[in-house]
Design a protein around this ligand. Structure first.
Ligand SMILES: [Zn+2]
Length: 323
C-alpha cells in the first residue's frame, strides 16, 4: 500500500522521538554507571587505606603513626651522651661526614624511644656544641641518673665493622650488662657484634673520662664504623630501629638491675625467641621477628657466647680510633 506524504512525515517524526528517548536512556544509564564506579572506587580506596593503617599498627613499625606517649609513672632517669660536638668533630668518613653529627642524630632518637618506655632522659648536649668529657659524666651524676650511655662511632684505617663498647676499667657486672645488652640488640638490627671491653682501646688500666666521672653503670658504645660504607648505610637506613635497639638494651638492663620482676618475664620472651630460632642455623628467623613484633621490641641475639664474666679482650681493629 502506498503511504501519503503526511503519513511518511508522521512515521519519521515518531522515529525521531524514539531515537531521542533511546539516547536519553543511554545517557542516563552511562551516568548511573559512572556514579557507581566513583562510589565503588572511593569505597575500595577507603578500605585499602584503613586496612593499611591497621596493618601498620600491628607491626609496630611506628613510622607514620606516632606511638602513644607514656602516661605512667616515671621509671627512672637515663643519661644519654652524644659523643663529641662543636670544634671536636670526632672521626670522619674521609669526606664530609663527622662522628659528632651521627652521635647527635642517634642520641636524640634514643632519647625519644626511652621517653616512650617511661624514662626521664637527660642529654649532655642536644646541639652542635663542645662539652668537656669529664663534665659529661658529672652531668649524669648531678641528675641522679641510673644509667649512662655515651654514643660514638668507630673508625679504622683498614677493615673493621660492627659494634663495640668500653666500660669502666673496674669491669663492674652492671656496666658490662649494659654494654652487652645494647650490643646484642644492635646485633639484631644488623650490626656485627664485636665485644665489650673494660678500660680504653689502648689500655685496660685506663678509663675514658666519661666512664671515670660517671658514678652509675656506664658504657661508651661505638655504633658501627664510619670507615665502613655498609655500617654507614645500616646507620642511616634504620635510624629509628637502631635507636629502638639502644633503648631496648638500656630498658632490659634497667629491668635487670632495678625491676627484676619485669626482667624475668622479658627474658622468657627472649628465650622463647632463641628457642624458636634454633631450627635455622644462627639466623634471625621469621618466628623471632614475629615475636619481636609482638612484643614491640627487638630481641637481643643469643647470649651463649657472652657470660657475665670477663670478655676476652678482642684484638683492636687496626688503626681503630675511638676518641
Ligand atoms: Zn668518638
Amino acid at each position: 500500500m502506498q503511504l501519503t506524504d503526511a503519513e511518511i512525515r508522521e512515521i519519521l517524526a515518531r522515529r525521531k522521538i524514539q531515537k531521542r528517548q533511546r539516547q536519553r536512556r543511554r545517557r542516563r544509564n552511562t551516568l548511573i554507571a559512572l556514579l557507581l564506579i566513583i562510589v565503588l572506587g572511593a569505597g575500595i580506596y577507603w578500605f585499602i587505606g584503613h586496612k593499611g593503617k591497621l596493618g601498620k599498627k600491628g607491626s609496630g613499625s611506628g613510622s607514620e603513626e606516632k606511638p602513644k606517649a607514656y602516661t605512667g609513672e616515671i621509671r627512672g632517669t637515663i643519661f644519654i651522651d652524644p659523643g663529641h660536638g662543636g670544634m671536636d668533630s670526632g672521626s670522619d668518613d674521609d669526606k664530609d661526614r663527622y662522628e659528632k653529627g651521627d652521635t647527635l642524630k642517634l642520641g636524640l632518637a634514643v632519647r625519644d624511644q626511652l621517653e616512650l618506655l617511661g624514662f626521664k632522659v637527660g642529654m649532655t648536649r642536644t646541639e652542635d656544641i663542645q662539652v668537656d668529657r669529664t663534665e659529661r659524666g658529672l652531668m649524669a651524676n648531678k641528675a641522679d641518673a641510673q644509667l649512662f650511655v655515651s654514643i660514638h662511632r668507630n673508625k679504622a684505617d683498614t677493615g673493621g665493622d660492627g659494634v663495640e663498647g668500653f666500660i669502666p676499667k673496674k669491669n663492674d657486672k652492671e656496666s658490662r650488662m649494659l654494654g652487652e645488652n645494647i650490643m646484642h640488640f644492635l646485633g639484631r638490627a644488623g650490626f656485627t657484634e664485636r665485644s665489650i671491653r673494660a678500660g680504653t682501646l689502648q689500655s685496660t688500666n685506663d678509663d675514658y673520662e666519661e666512664n671515670a666521672a660517671a658514678s652509675m653503670p656506664s658504657v661508651l658504645i661505638e655504633v658501627g664504623f664510619l670507615s665502613n660504607a655498609a655500617d654507614n648505610e645500616r646507620f642511616d637506613m634504620n635510624l629509628d630501629r637502631n635507636a629502638r635497639a639502644v633503648a631496648n638494651g638500656i630498658d632490659l638492663t634497667f629491668m635487670e638491675i632495678y625491676e627484676p620482676e619485669k626482667a624475668e618475664a622479658y627474658k622468657k620472651v627472649i628465650e622463647a625467641a632463641d628457642a624458636a630460632s634454633k631450627d635455622v642455623t644462627g639466623k634471625v628467623t621469621t618466628a623471632t621477628e614475629e615475636l619481636a613484633k609482638a612484643t614491640g621490641s627487638m630481641l637481643p641475639a643469643k647470649r651463649e657466647s657472652t657470660g657475665a664474666g670477663i670478655d676476652p679482650q678482642a684484638p683492636a681493629p687496626e688503626g681503630s680510633d675511638d676518641e
